[in-house]
Design a binder for this molecule. Structure first.
Ligand SMILES: *[C@@H]1O[C@H](CO)[C@@H](O)[C@H](O)[C@H]1NC(C)=O
Ligand SMILES: *[C@@H]1O[C@H](CO)[C@@H](O)[C@H](O)[C@H]1NC(C)=O
Ligand SMILES: *[C@@H]1O[C@H](CO)[C@@H](O)[C@H](O)[C@H]1NC(C)=O
Ligand SMILES: *[C@@H]1O[C@H](CO)[C@@H](O)[C@H](O)[C@H]1NC(C)=O
Ligand SMILES: *[C@@H]1O[C@H](CO)[C@@H](O)[C@H](O)[C@H]1NC(C)=O
Length: 467
């Protein structure tokens, strides 16, 4: 039965709350071998995960496990059957990652600088192995259809920086890009929703149909011209958008919305964002396209942080009014502003605070989270339905605090009750995860570009395409 060869690699690297079974398998040590001692075959232990995978699979209509995989794809009779070489490569990579996931002696795997690894990653060895496998084999085909400015380009400064910078990096194709579409594992549609809004949207009309029309047309073009979209019903295709309306634009095509990997800043799980197939994209606000100069050097570890917490930002969305209502101008320990008074510097405040408050605004993501990482100011995430970036790999609880919206009134008590050694550990961990949130030009190993790609890679590993 081919389901046995098909492991949920995402689940190995991740231990999100939903992956309870996997959590048990990965972290229960001896229990692992005990529970599965009835079998010698390594692949057998994948069976308990199969239930979890039904969500991950291409065809969500078939719930019967036995028919699930075989019928998971609409077969295109013009495509040769038999497994394509990319599928075999992926199967080998899955095996290697699953093997690494069970290695429990980390000292064999990690170098000195990685002492924090078991704190910041769910499973450091699975992550490293997965990353290395990605570097070895992962190939992305970037569609050439479409014209600038809306396709092959995107914003490279301000709040949606990550959208343009990712598209550019992918277009330049230093690594990972293949011109041979038959060798690709995933297919990237390099359009920019931010540029759609700029060029197609009529201001103040609140009419987003032009965006959806563009997406719909784009998909029609690539799916007419190339076989790949139809072959997998788009499950191995991905789009990326940091714009708030990225999710809306993706509704321009039902398969794109329901099957493709959507890499989105607006990762609101109660608005259709599916953490098993979609990817949460960190929002990075680079005014003028550059890192803020006072966030470039690493903050000296002993620099004073006189403020307990800091927030400054526009009052929009459902959560910020609550925060400001309780804390604006109320307590000198909590520096909470809507707009920062003239003459005060935003990043200097972050560098001078122990905690940086990161409430959702109009959309769930906030660039403050990444800025807090850069300034080693422990992020306090106040949001609902937000799927945090790279949470399939990173243990956010090791370097951030989540405060429920209903607990905002208790903010000071919550923060002051964090033991000092726990705070210091989170701060150290922030330094260790920083590289995963930094944008480099050109991209560097383990930086944010590669982490995004790694998230896509994990989603792709969970698909078995029987073609
Ligand atoms: C882990 O591996 C290292 C290096 O091979 C070895 O020296 C050490 O004894 C091992 N530790 C355990 C607990 O097995
Ligand atoms: C893919 O399917 C669409 C809709 O059924 C069809 O119009 C298109 O021609 C197909 N593409 C290819 C390459 O066969
Ligand atoms: C996604 O699939 C569901 C169920 O088939 C369907 O009702 C829905 O319209 C689809 N979403 C989009 C945006 O097409
Ligand atoms: C997330 O989606 C829910 C459901 O549509 C919505 O009520 C909520 O406001 C969204 N959150 C944000 C911050 O936009
Ligand atoms: C957050 O608050 C909501 C509403 O009060 C509650 O239902 C939920 O359980 C809380 N979550 C946590 C993690 O405390």
């Amino acid at each position: 039965m081919n389901i046995r060869t098909y492991g949920s690699v995402l689940a190995y690297v991740a231990t999100a709350v939903t992956f309870v079974v996997v959590f048990f398998i990965l972290f229960s040590g001896g229990d692992f071998s005990h529970s599965f001692s009835h079998t010698n075959s390594k692949s057998e232990f994948l069976i308990p995960i199969v239930q979890l995978q039904t969500k991950l699979n291409l065809n969500r209509q078939h719930s019967s496990a036995s028919s699930h995989f075989r019928s998971s794809l609409p077969r295109n009779p013009t495509i040769s059957t038999g497994r394509r070489p990319p599928e075999l490569e992926l199967a080998r990579a899955r095996g290697a990652i699953q093997g690494a996931a069970t290695v429990r002696n980390l000292s064999q795997l990690l170098r000195n600088g990685d002492v924090l690894a078991s704190d910041i990653y769910h499973n450091p060895s699975a992550f490293y192995q997965s990353y290395i496998e990605m570097e070895k084999i992962f190939k992305v085909y970037v569609y050439e259809e479409g014209e600038v400015p809306i396709v092959h380009d995107g914003p490279c400064k301000d709040i949606y920086t990550i959208e343009g910078r990712f598209i550019q990096e992918m277009e330049q194709g230093r690594n990972f890009r293949t011109k041979d579409a038959h060798k690709a594992h995933v297919y990237f549609m390099p359009f920019s929703v931010t540029w759609m809004v700029k060029y197609l949207y009529k201001p103040d009309s609140y009419d987003i149909t032009p965006l959806q029309q563009f997406v719909s047309d784009y998909v029609r073009i690539i799916s007419d011209k190339h076989p790949f979209w139809n072959t997998t019903n788009a499950a191995d295709h991905f789009m990326l958008s940091c714009h708030d309306w990225g999710p809306h634009a993706s509704k321009g095509n039902p398969s794109l919305y329901n099957s493709s990997i959507r890499v989105l800043c607006n990762a609101n799980s109660s608005e259709g964002f599916d953490p098993q197939k979609d990817v949460s994209l960190p929002e990075i606000n680079l005014r003028n396209g550059n890192m803020p100069s006072n966030l470039i050097p690493l903050p000296p570890p002993s620099s004073p942080r006189p403020h307990l917490a800091f927030f400054a930002g526009g009052v929009h969305g459902p959560i910020r009014p609550i925060l400001l209502n309780y804390w604006k101008g109320r307590d000198p320990d909590l520096q909470v502003y809507d707009y920062l008074p003239k003459g005060l510097d935003y990043y200097s405040f972050m560098l001078a605070s122990k905690y940086c408050l990161c409430p959702s605004g109009y959309e769930v993501a906030s660039p403050r989270i990444v800025e807090a990482v850069y300034s080693e100011c422990v992020p306090v995430i106040i949001s609902e339905h937000y799927v945090l970036p790279f949470s399939e790999v990173l243990r956010w609880e090791a370097f951030s605090i989540q405060v429920n919206v209903s607990e905002v009134a208790e903010l000071k008590r919550i923060l002051t009750s964090v033991p000092e050694n726990k705070y210091l550990r989170m701060k150290e961990n922030l330094r260790a995860v920083r590289r995963h949130f930094v944008l480099n030009q050109p991209a560097e190993r383990f930086d944010v570009f590669h982490m995004i790609l790694h998230s896509v890679w994990l989603r792709r590993l969970n698909l078995k395409l029987e073609v």
